[in-house]
Every structure is written in structure tokens, then in C-alpha cells.
Design a protein around this ligand. Structure first.
Ligand code: GCW
Length: 693
């Protein structure tokens, strides 16, 4: 499908999202000094100048070390302090008798400090004396755009894009007017994102040329992001030496191929000195890769890594590699196993500047999956956690689904501790950031640092609200904030977003948005595929229910429902062996249907419909109950929203109401299709006698 079929008009000025003018009132009404050089200090100075002009404060620009008197706020670079390498984005915030000072060693820290104050608003000035240092959990906080330069015949301008067209491209060309990109960069900087890949990981012919003939366009885009401390990356095609360079091979061990990449990298960094590097999807879903030459993914990644190494460039190499032409009868080929099977043997063989980018689940961004065991299996590799902000499998920005709670759960998961125990071992966030306690890897000691940080697929387009559903802005906001500090509470992050985005709104609005969004991820799970089994979406565009949609296809996404039961046996004992990819205790926990958590039961086990869950319900009754509950919850969301919608900006109100109506229609469709399917398969009636068609 071509992106969003209900493509909203982009005629309106973009919604200010979490940076409306009023968000700057606290700073803008005070006496503010900005001291220091550097491009980003200049950006901060421009922001402060605009805010003080708007709200009646005063602004002066000084040299570092100049005496300051009568200022409420000083944002200043401090004399250089030795850091452990890499850009220092930290800042120190002190407040003494109401006078606030933000000090940073680098101008990037000054920018983050400035936006921290914006978030705090008046609290920044009114709070008690303080002395705090803030630093991001990782310096790799990236967003990946799946935008195509050309409109793709089936995927449209933005693959899995639900927010109109692309903010970068318009049917074959880069926009002449990049003002929307500028606004976007400002929004991203305000939540701490510092790297953006600007084209789809499925690199088609036109998009491949961004690296060569059309580098000039990338230069323009990079210049916009640079003002906001954000570095640009490109997705590249592994076949480029052939398709762009005219060589007869792309073999990573071929000297000519390696030279082609060395020259391409030299040109890229010559044109864009702060270029970030390459993102690569290889040997996956039809993309070219090293397998064609009998080479490994380490051979491929390391060859590219050598080309970008002189510039401190990175290669983000995706681990989403699996056979998409499977035979459902062949239970030895389990898509869930694939990433681990391909990459675990390569641990320790990747160059220092290769980041292995691993999706959070072993399948594909489903509403519920176990954590990808590969995240725990690469102690000598820089591993990045990949999330999906765009809601491909979570309602496509027509459904209100706040993903903060899901991500928080993912980030806090501990592979070496059973649920509930105070974690002695590292969390997923620790693995991705290199922070926290060192991991004791059996036999090899500690994990390697630096780690790979975070990456996620963006949900932004040229839609008036940026994200189609206005509430989907909260996901973009939360992703940035959780990258900066993965321990943040997603409810508190939602509070921040509400406070900034709807300034001055009465408390009832905040309460209503919490009531709608807090448990919305769980609600979506209730009315879609049950108990971790996944998919059941319509093939191709992935919106709406189709229980058997992928069951008879070669994509490896099966539920194996028959008249007796449902689920995928991924045990070591009798199934695909996937459960054995986890370290203890989870390998044992998942292996047995008795200890496997209910929400993942069908991911790991094939069970009869009469199997009794920990909740005390049978599987089939659970399916009926959750699907009825899910729709009721959407009805409640609509009721809550209707109480406050008149208090909102009418444009927001109209869009949200329209989307909620669609969510209810779609949830009802899900409920009826899923319930009917399992009633007919099992022949077991609903014990509460509700209508099942
Ligand atoms: O989830 C799948 C999507 C594809 C995507 C792929 C990937 C860019 O359906 O559209 O391709 O994942 O992550 O590479």
C-alpha cells in the first residue's frame, strides 16, 4: 500500500508538537546570558534571543569567563575538561538563590541543557538550590527514516509511513524548501536525538545514488541537522559497487570493491565532515549482501568499516536476517532463531566501528514478543537495540497506542535474572549503553564497551501533526527521552509531553490523556493477536485482522492453529530449539508451558485450546475475554476523550476523534474475526454466551 491511504493534507503549518511558543515563556521572561562559541552555542543564543523578544526578558551574549551580573540564567561553555573521547553532551545545572547556571564542556551539552530548562519551565527557576550533572546514557541515539526518494510502486514515499509524505523527498527529488526538516531537527534536538539516517534500509536504485551523484542533496539536509547537533547517516546498498560503480562484483573481499567503498566514503566525508556513516540491511528480504559470494556478514561489515574508519564513521549493520522463502512444514527453519543463528558465531569478529543493530524481538516489531536473545549473545560486539516508533504492527497511527510502557519494559528486561528479582545482572538498556554492571559472560569475562546505543524507525512525515495521529507524537517524544535516560518512567515522560504540547490545558485534559494512553499498548494487545503468537495482520500493508493472512505464505510467521490447538513449539525438547538460545534462567522458564509467562505462551508452545493459563482461564476463553475487553476499553477511551475534546485546539480534536472512531471500528473487526475464527476452529462456545459471529 502506498503509505497512508488517508493521507492528510500538508497544507497547514506543522503543529508545534512539544515546542509551542509558550514552552519558552519561563526562559523568555527572564534575564538570560549565553556565553561561548561553537555552532550550537549560536543555536542556543538564537533560541534565547527569540524567546526573550517574545516574552519580555533580556538577552546578552558574552565571552566565556566574562563577569556576569544581574542574570537569572547563564548558559555557558566551561573551559575544556578532559573527557574520555567522543563528543561530550553532558551539562551541569546549578541553582543558587534562584539564579540558574547551565555549564557544558561542549556546545552540544549547552544545547541539551537549554532544552532541559525548557522542559522544566518555571520549575527551573523556582526550585530549591541544586547542583546536578546530566549526561546521556549513550552517545548513539539514532532515528532511521524508511523514506524513499522516488515513490515506490508498492511502499510509497515512506515505507511503513503513516504520516503523509516524506519530510525530505517528493516523488524523486529532495524538497527545495527544507524548513520542515529544520523544525523537525529542532524537535529531535529537544528530546536528545543526535543521529538520523535519512533513507530507507531497503535501498532502491534511485536512493542508492544519494551516496554518489546526489550527495549534494545530502549535504543540504546535513547542514540543516548540524545546527541542532544531529549527524546524518545514509542507508547504502551492498551492491553499489556494481549498480553504481560498474564493477562486476560486490564481493567484500575483492580489492576493487573495497577501493570503491574507500573512495565513496572519502567523497562523503569530504562533502559532509560530520557525516555519521552507513546503515546496511544485507541478505534480508531481497536486499543484496555478502552471502552471494560465500562471505560472512562480518566480512561485509568489516570491509565497509575499514572504508569509514579514517573519519570515525560507523557501520550500523542490521541483524534482521532470515529466510523469507520458508516451507511451513520445515520446523527446523524457525524465523525466530535466524538472527542468533547467523550472528552469534560471528561474535568477536566485527571491527570496532561496526554496530550490530538488533530488533527488540526475534520476529518483527510485534505488539508482544520475547526479547531477542541475540542481544545477550554478543559480548564482544557493539550491539544497538532497534525499536519501531512507526506503528507498523501497532495500529499504524490510526490507533492510539502509547509505546513508552512497552519500551520501558524492554529496556528493563534482564536476561540473567528471573522476573521480579532485584536485578544483579545488566538490563537490556545496560547492554545497549554499556552502562550498569559489567556482564559476566561465561568464560569470557566482561562485555565490551563502547556499546551500540539505540536506533528506531521514525514515525514522521509531512503531515500537519508530524505523526498522523496527534497522540503518536508522544511515541517520538518518549523514544528520545528514553534514549537519553532509559530508566525514566514512561508515565512521567507522558506527563512531560502533555505539559509541553498542551500548555495551559486544565488538569482534566492531562488526566484524560493519561486515561486514554497509559494502558493503550495493553489495549491494542487485547484485541489483536493473542498470547504472543503475533502477526494475524493483513498481508502486504499489515493493517487490520486476517488470522490466516500469513499462515499459508513463505514468510515464517505461523501460528499453526488447527482444530485442537494453537501456537509454535519453540522448545528444545520437542520444537525448534529457539528457547535454548536464552541464557538461564529464561531458557528454562520459556521451555516449560508451566513456567512460561501467559503473554508469551503461544510464542513458545503449541497447546490445546483447553490449556489452562496462570490466570485460571483456558486459552480459548482468554481469547474471547480479551477481545471483548479490548473493544470495551476503546469505547471507554472514546468516552473519556469526548469529555475533554472541546477543550482542545479544534484541529487536534477533530483529528483525534476521527482516529478514535477508526480505532473502534478496527478493534471491533479484530474482535469479531479473531473470536469467530477460534470458535469455529475449536467448537468451544464462549462461557458467557456473548455474540460470536
Ligand atoms: O517489518 C518489516 C517491514 C519491512 C521492513 C523490514 C525491515 C524496511 O514490514 O517493510 O523493511 O521489516 O525492518 O527491514
Amino acid at each position: 500500500m502506498t503509505g497512508d491511504s488517508s493521507r492528510p493534507s500538508s497544507a497547514h503549518a506543522p503543529h508545534p508538537a512539544w515546542l509551542p511558543d509558550d514552552a519558552f515563556a519561563a526562559i523568555g521572561s527572564r534575564r538570560v546570558v549565553v556565553a561561548g562559541d561553537g555552532a550550537l552555542a549560536g543555536t542556543v543564543a538564537e533560541e534565547v534571543a527569540a524567546a526573550t523578544a517574545r516574552f519580555g526578558g533580556s538577552f546578552s551574549r558574552l565571552e566565556v569567563g566574562d563577569g556576569v551580573s544581574d542574570a537569572d540564567l547563564v548558559l555557558t561553555l566551561s573551559p575544556p575538561v578532559p573527557t574520555s573521547g567522543g563528543p561530550d553532551e553532558s551539562f551541569r545545572l546549578t541553582r543558587e538563590a534562584g539564579a540558574v547556571v547551565v555549564q557544558a564542556a561542549c556546545d552540544a551539552g549547552l544545547l541539551h541543557g537549554f532544552f532541559h530548562l525548557v522542559r522544566l519551565g518555571d520549575d527551573a527557576f523556582d526550585g530549591p538550590d541544586t547542583d546536578e550533572t546530566h549526561a546521556p546514557a549513550t552517545d548513539l541515539r539514532m532515528l532511521d527514516h524508511w523514506d524513499n526518494v522516488d515513490v515506490h510502486p508498492t511502499m510509497g514515499q515512506v515505507e511503513r509511513g503513516y504520516s503523509g509524505g516524506s519530510i525530505f523527498y517528493d516523488d524523486g527529488v529532495v524538497h527545495a524548501d527544507l524548513s520542515r526538516v529544520e523544525r523537525y531537527a529542532r524537535l529531535l534536538a529537544a528530546v536528545g536525538i543526535n543521529r538520523v539516517a535519512i533513507n530507507n534500509v531497503n535501498v532502491h536504485a534511485r536512493e542508492a545514488r544519494l551516496l554518489t551523484d546526489d550527495l549534494g542533496d545530502v549535504v543540504r539536509v546535513a547542514a540543516v541537522f548540524r545546527r541542532w547537533g544531529i549527524r546524518v547517516h545514509l542507508s547504502v546498498s551492498f551492491a553499489s559497487p556494481m549498480t553504481l560503480g560498474g564493477l562486476d562484483t560486490s564481493d567484500p573481499l575483492d580489492q576493487g570493491v573495497a577501493h570503491w567503498w574507500v573512495r565513496a566514503a572519502a567523497r562523503a566525508w569530504d562533502a559532509i565532515p560530520d557525516f555519521g556513516g552507513f546503515v546496511v540491511k544485507a541478505d534480508s528480504e531481497g536486499q543484496p549482501g555478502p552471502f552471494a559470494y560465500g562471505r560472512t556478514h562480518a566480512d561485509g561489515a568489516n570491509m565497509l568499516a575499514a572504508a569509514v574508519e579514517p573519519y570515525d564513521g560507523l557501520v550500523h549493520w542490521r541483524a534482521f536476517v532470515y529466510d523469507h522463502k520458508q516451507d511451513w512444514r520445515d520446523r527446523s527453519t524457525d524465523r525466530a532463531r535466524a538472527a542468533y543463528d547467523h550472528f552469534r558465531p560471528l561474535d568477536g569478529t566485527f571491527s570496532d566501528n561496526v554496530v550490530l543493530q538488533v530488533k527488540y524481538g526475534p520476529m518483527d516489531f510485534q505488539v508482544r514478543e520475547p526479547l531477542n536473545p541475540l542481544l545477550a549473545a554478543m559480548p564482544h560486539t557493539r550491539v544497538a537495540l532497534e525499536l519501531q516508533v512507526t506503528q507498523e504492527y501497532t495500529g499504524q497511527q490510526r490507533h492510539a497506542v502509547y509505546l513508552g510502557p512497552q519500551w520501558s519494559q524492554i529496556l528493563g528486561f534482564r536476561f540473567w535474572d528471573s522476573a521480579g528479582r532485584a536485578g544483579g545482572s545488566p538490563s537490556v538498556a545496560d547492554l545497549a549503553t554499556g552502562r550498569g554492571k559489567a556482564v559476566e559472560d561465561p568464560g569470557t569475562g566482561t562485555w565490551r564497551k563502547p556499546a551500540g546505543g539505540f536506533a528506531a524507525v521514525s514515525n514522521v512525515g509531512d503531515d500537519e501533526f508530524w505523526t498522523g495521529h496527534p497522540f503518536a507524537q508522544a511515541n517520538l517524544y518518549a523514544y528520545g527521552r528514553l534514549c537519553w535516560d532509559p530508566t525514566l518512567d514512561p508515565g512521567a515522560v507522558l506527563d512531560e509531553w502533555v505539559g509541553l504540547t498542551f500548555p495551559g490545558a486544565p488538569d482534566v485534559v492531562g488526566q484524560a490523556l493519561h486515561a486514554v494512553l497509559d494502558r493503550s499498548w495493553e489495549t491494542y494487545e487485547l484485541y489483536t493477536a493473542p498470547l504472543g503468537v503475533g502477526f494475524m495482520v493483513r498481508p502486504g500493508h499489515h493493517y487490520g485482522p486476517d488470522v490466516d493472512g500469513y499462515e499459508y505464505t513463505p514468510w515464517g510467521t505461523y501460528h499453526f492453529a488447527d482444530r485442537d490447538g494453537i501456537g509454535v513449539d519453540r522448545t528444545v525438547g520437542t520444537g525448534t530449539g529457539y528457547a535454548g538460545q536464552y541464557p538461564a534462567p529464561w531458557s528454562a522458564t520459556y521451555e516449560s508451558p508451566t513456567s512460561c509467562p501467559d503473554e508469551l505462551l503461544l510464542f513458545f508452545h503449541h497447546v490445546p485450546y483447553t490449556h489452562v493459563l496462570h490466570s485460571g482461564k483456558t486459552v480459548v476463553q482468554h481469547i474471547y475475554d480479551t477481545h471483548f475487553d479490548g473493544v470495551e476499553r476503546v469505547e471507554q477511551m472514546i468516552a473519556v476523550w469526548s469529555e475533554v475534546s472541546a477543550l482542545m485546539d479544534p484541529r487536534v480534536s477533530e483529528r483525534v476523534s476521527e482516529r478514535l472512531a477508526e480505532q473502534l471500528r478496527s478493534a471491533t473487526e479484530w474482535r469479531d474475526q479473531v473470536n469467530t475464527y477460534f470458535f469455529r476452529k475449536s467448537g468451544i462456545p464462549d462461557e458467557r454466551g456473548r455474540t460470536i459471529y
